[in-house]
Write a protein that binds this ligand. Structure first.
Ligand SMILES: CSC[C@H]1O[C@H](OP(=O)(O)O)[C@H](O)[C@@H]1O
Ligand code: ADE
Length: 313
């Protein structure tokens, strides 16, 4: 964009990944648009840096933003540049990601336009998406028992509840089924996911959440229900794109207010430690260095040195 700087020198600790229907962060002032090249290629979109005034100090805090499906929704779920997105954000200094996702509801009580702060994921992707930074001669294993960051989730829940009564309904927990897509589920699959305890379904929680964990970044997804998938049957309309977009559009203002409330909270001085994910710092120095020096793939090692300067010397 003309006149907007294409560099940003200070570290950025907080990022938002926007999903379907959220391709920008309106209402914030744009400080820079960055065209970042990572060893895993370019991110889904240029990285926008917007600023937000901290409610506790008044300081102007930078927030990075990536549009998961590209600026014009040109990337299908299996084409999203997950490795490059997460690598670019970590390289900028990001240690906290809030990710938005439009989801189908698998439970009657989660109604279209309700928000869910999930705490679990079931992986139904098909192994066709690049899903790790640790491969090709650099083996690493990281814990994923709780795929979301519990402390971030607490903050997000508090913010969501503070908007209740103003048109926001929030469910505190839930299991996301992350399917491959891009086609929606069959009715048999949708019913099976319900028997598994699935709360909502999307096509993008993974590998995004896994890569964030590998990159030592605290990650929480905020889901917004847009449909009841296809499990209701009996003349109820099955999910379709029009339905998803209509609910996203109708509830965009609530999604923005939710996001603003979360950013308000995360930019408070008292949350500085949490935002820096100090509890995760250094975990990959050991968990990501299983491969002895003499067995390492050189290219893989170089890529990881870009991501984690100083870890794998
Ligand atoms: C347009 S419906 C399917 C699409 O919507 C969700 O996108 P996102 O998670 O990026 O908000 C879902 O995961 C699918 O990619
Ligand atoms: N029913 C559904 N299945 C998968 N992803 C979705 N995103 C929104 N609704 C969805």
């Amino acid at each position: 964009m003309a006149g907007v700087p294409n560099t940003y020198d200070a570290p950025v600790h907080i990022a938002v990944i926007g999903g379907t229907g959220i391709s920008s962060l309106p209402g914030f002032s744009l400080a820079a648009t960055l065209d970042i090249d990572t060893p895993w290629g370019k991110p889904s979109s240029p990285v926008s840096i917007v600023t937000h005034a901290s409610p506790s100090t008044g300081a102007s805090i930078p927030i990075a933003f990536i549009s998961r499906h590209g600026l014009h929704h040109e990337l299908a779920p299996h084409e999203v540049k997950n490795q490059a997105n997460i690598a670019a954000l970590r390289h900028l200094g990001v240690r906290t990601i809030i990710a938005f996702s439009a989801v189908g509801s698998l439970q009657e009580e989660i109604r279209p336009r309700d928000f869910v702060v999930p705490d679990q994921i079931i992986d139904r992707t098909k192994g066709i998406r690049p899903f790790t930074f640790f491969e090709k001669g650099m083996v690493g294993h990281v814990g994923f028992g709780d795929p979301f960051d519990k402390r971030l989730a607490e903050i997000v829940r508090r913010c969501g509840h503070s908007l209740e009564g103003e048109g926001v309904t929030l469910h505190d927990k839930g299991t996301v089924i992350c399917m491959e897509g891009p086609q929606f589920s069959t009715r048999a699959e949708s019913n099976m996911y319900r028997t598994w305890g699935g709360s909502v379904i999307n096509m993008s929680a993974l590998p995004e959440a896994k890569l964030a964990r590998e990159a030592e970044i605290g990650y929480q997804m905020i889901c917004m229900a847009t449909d009841y998938d296809c499990w209701r049957g009996n003349g109820e309309e099955d999910v379709n794109v029009e339905m998803v977009m209509a609910h996203m559009k109708a509830n965009a203002e609530n999604a923005q207010r939710f996001m603003a409330a979360v950013l308000n909270e995360l930019t408070k001085e008292e949350n500085g430690e949490l935002v820096l994910a100090k509890h995760m710092e250094g975990q990959m120095r050991f968990a990501g260095a299983m491969t002895k020096k003499e067995g390492r793939g050189q290219e893989a090692e170089k890529k990881l040195q870009w991501l984690f300067p100083g870890y794998f010397e």
